[in-house]
Design a protein around this ligand. Structure first.
Ligand SMILES: *Cc1c(COP(=O)(O)O)cnc(C)c1O
Length: 564
C-alpha cells in the first residue's frame, strides 16, 4: 500500500493554510497563523480527526532575521530540506499560469501523535525540472515577492491543492480555508458548475454556490487591512484566465477587485473569527454575513515546559490529551510549582546567555515581550516614558527579554525595531533589556515558559486573538495585556493576570496604565508577596489551560463547523 493510501478512505476534511508550523526544522511558517495551523494539526492527530492538511513547501522559508549594530533588520532566506522530513509522492498535477503548465508535486509529511494517530500533510512544490525556472520559484518563499508572486502562490495552494487531492483519490466533504489565502480553492469547486445537463453527468462533483457553501468553512484571522489580500483584475486576470473563469468569480470576489476575503465569505457556509471580540469586529467589518466566534487554542503538550509537564503528569496522566484535567492545577503544592518554574526560568536565562552573552538575575522579575514587530502591536509602548521606566526599576528591579521579526516589507515595523534598540542602548548599564534575534517556535517555547510576566500591548481591536499568552499561562507565566483578542475572555484581574488600561484608551493612557500596573501592583506582589504570586500562577494554569487549548478548539470545529 502506498503511503497516502492508508488515509484515503477515512479522510473527509481538507484544511488549507498558506503556512504551517509543523516542526522547528521545517521553515514553512512565519508566525501566529502558522503556529495555529500546526497546533490544529497536532490536535487533529490527537483526536483522530479524518483530516488532511494542504500547505506550500516554502523551501526558502520565511525569514532568517539578523539584527545589525543599529537595530536594523537584515533579511535572509531561511532554507530547509524537504527530504529530511517528508516523502515525495508520485502524483503530479498542472495548473496553467501565463500560458505555461506549472506542475505541482506534493510532499507527504505524516504527523503522528503520542497515541499513535496520524494525519497527512501535503506540502505543494513547484520546484520540478520540467517547470520554467520562474515557475519553479513559486513555492520557494513564504510571503515573499510581489503581488503577482503572491497570487501565483494562492493559485497553487487553492486550485493546485484541490486538484492534488483529487489526483490522489481523496473524497473530501468539507474544506476549511484558514484565512483568505486559500479562497481560490472554493472558487475552484464552483468552476465545475455545469453549463449543460450533459455536463452534470460527466462531472458528478459539479457544485452551485449553495453546494459550495455547504462544504466550505472559512476562518478569518485579522481585522488589519493588510491582512486581507486584494488584487486588481488587471493584474489577476492574465494569471487566472486558464484556471478560473474570472466573470464567474466576480459576483463572489467583487467587481472592483479580486478580494480574497469576500470570495471566502461568499462561498463559505460557516465563517468564524478567532475570539469573541474579533468575531464582533469582523461582523462590523463585514455586515450581512453571519460570523461566529470560535476562540483559538494552543496545543498543550507542545507548549508546556518539561518541568511543568512532570507536575501535570502527576496530577492527571492524560493531561496532554484531555487538557480539561488541568483544572486541578490549583491543587499543586506551591513548592513544586516554584521549583518547576525556576527550572524553566533557568533554561531561558541560559538561552539568553548563550545567544547574547548577557547574564540576567534569576531572582529578579523577568518581563518578556515577543511577537511580530509591527505598528499595531506597539512593541515600543513599554519605552514610551523612559524616565518613568527607570524610576520603576529603581524601586523594584525589572529585566526585559524581547524577540520578534518584522515582515521584510514592513518599513514601519523595521523602524520600530531600530527604535527599540535605541532604547536598549539608552538603558544600558541600568536596566537590562536583551533582544534575541530569530523568534521562532523553539525560542518561543523557551520564552513562554521561562519569563515571569508576559506582556502584550496591541492597539484594540486589532489583535484578533493572540496565542502566545495562552502558552505562557499554561506554564504559570502571568499575563499583563491590553484587553483585546483572547485576553478579554480569559482575564480575571489579579487572578489569571492583569489588564492594561480600559476599553477605548489611547496610546498614552495605555502607557500610563502599563506603568502604574507594574509599579503599584505587579512588582510589589512579585517581590513582597510570593505566596499570592504562586497562587496566581496556579490560577492561571487551572483557569486558562482547560479552555484555551487546541483540543477544545478542534472539538468545537468538528462539531460546529465540519459536521454542520
Ligand atoms: C505562538 C507564536 C506566535 C503567535 O503568538 P501571538 O500572541 O499572536 O504573538 C507567533 N510566533 C511564534 C513563533 C509563536 O510561537
Amino acid at each position: 500500500m502506498s503511503l497516502i493510501e492508508q488515509f484515503l478512505a477515512k479522510t473527509s476534511i481538507a484544511y488549507f493554510s498558506m503556512e504551517m508550523a509543523l516542526q522547528p526544522g521545517m521553515h514553512t511558517y512565519s508566525g501566529g497563523l502558522g503556529i495555529l495551523a500546526g497546533d490544529t494539526a497536532r490536535s487533529s492527530a490527537d483526536l483522530a480527526l479524518p483530516i488532511v492538511f494542504i500547505t506550500l513547501v516554502s523551501r526558502q522559508g520565511y525569514l532568517r532575521q539578523e539584527i545589525d549594530a543599529d537595530g536594523g533588520q537584515i533579511d535572509h532566506k531561511d532554507p530547509w530540506e524537504p527530504s529530511d522530513w517528508a516523502t515525495p509522492l508520485d502524483a503530479m498535477v498542472a495548473v496553467w499560469i501565463e500560458g505555461r503548465a506549472v506542475w505541482i508535486r506534493p510532499w507527504l509529511y505524516i504527523l503522528t501523535c503520542p497515541l499513535g494517530h496520524q494525519v497527512p500533510v501535503l506540502l505543494l512544490d513547484t520546484r520540478l525540472d520540467h517547470n520554467d525556472p520562474s515557475d519553479q520559484a513559486i513555492t520557494d518563499r513564504l510571503y515573499g515577492g510581489d503581488e503577482t508572486y503572491r497570487l501565483k502562490q494562492e493559485i497553487i495552494l487553492g486550485v493546485g491543492g484541490q486538484r492534488i487531492l483529487d489526483a490522489l483519490g481523496f473524497r473530501i466533504r468539507t474544506f476549511h480555508l484558514n484565512e483568505g489565502h486559500a479562497a481560490l480553492m472554493a472558487a475552484a469547486l464552483l468552476k465545475r458548475y455545469p453549463t449543460s445537463p450533459s455536463q452534470i453527468e460527466r462531472d458528478s462533483r459539479s457544485f452551485d454556490a449553495d453546494q459550495v457553501r455547504q462544504r466550505c468553512v472559512f476562518t478569518t484571522h485579522t481585522p488589519v487591512e493588510a491582512g486581507h489580500d486584494r488584487f486588481s483584475y488587471a493584474m489577476a486576470e492574465p494569471l487566472l484566465k486558464d484556471v478560473l473563469d474570472v466573470e464567474v468569480l466576480k459576483p463572489f470576489a467583487g467587481y472592483d477587485n479580486l478580494n480574497m476575503t469576500r470570495l471566502a465569505l461568499n462561498l463559505s457556509g460557516y465563517v468564524n473569527g478567532v475570539a469573541f471580540r474579533h468575531a464582533e469586529t469582523a461582523q462590523r467589518m463585514f455586515p450581512g454575513y453571519s460570523i461566529r466566534a470560535l476562540t483559538n487554542g494552543v496545543h498543550v503538550p507542545t507548549w508546556t515546559h518539561p518541568a511543568l509537564a512532570r507536575l501535570f503528569q502527576q496530577l492527571a496522566p492524560d493531561w496532554g490529551h484531555v487538557p480539561e484535567s488541568l483544572m486541578d492545577a490549583d491543587q499543586l503544592p506551591d513548592d513544586s510549582v516554584i521549583a518547576a518554574h525556576r527550572e524553566a526560568k533557568d533554561d531561558l536565562l541560559a538561552e539568553v546567555a548563550r545567544r547574547t552573552g548577557r547574564k540576567l538575575q534569576p531572582d529578579q522579575l523577568l518581563l518578556a515581550f515577543a511577537r511580530r514587530i509591527t505598528g499595531y502591536k506597539r512593541p515600543d509602548l513599554l519605552f514610551s516614558d523612559i524616565e518613568r521606566l527607570r524610576a520603576i526599576h529603581q524601586k523594584h528591579p525589572v529585566q526585559i527579554v524581547m524577540a520578534g521579526k518584522s515582515h521584510p516589507r514592513d518599513e514601519g515595523g523595521k523602524a520600530l525595531l531600530k527604535n527599540i534598540h535605541r532604547h536598549i542602548k539608552e538603558l544600558a548599564g541600568e536596566l537590562d533589556v536583551v533582544y534575541m534575534p530569530g523568534y521562532d517556535m523553539t525560542l518561543a517555547k523557551t520564552m513562554v515558559a521561562g519569563a515571569d510576566l508576559w506582556l502584550n500591548t496591541p492597539l484594540p481591536p486589532l489583535e484578533a486573538s493572540g496565542t502566545s499568552g495562552m502558552k505562557a499561562a499554561l506554564n504559570g507565566v502571568l499575563n499583563l495585556s491590553v484587553l483585546d483578542g483572547w485576553w478579554v475572555e480569559a482575564w480575571r484581574e489579579g487572578v489569571t493576570g492583569w489588564a492594561v488600561g480600559r476599553d477605548g484608551d489611547k496610546n498614552d493612557e495605555h502607557a500610563r496604565a502599563l506603568y502604574s500596573k507594574l509599579e503599584d501592583v505587579i512588582l510589589p506582589l512579585f517581590y513582597d508577596n510570593k505566596e499570592r504570586w504562586v497562587w496566581m500562577m496556579k490560577q492561571s494554569i487551572s483557569k486558562i489551560g482547560p479552555r484555551f487549548n487546541s483540543q477544545h478548539m478542534m472539538r468545537r470545529y468538528a462539531s460546529e463547523a465540519y459536521l454542520r
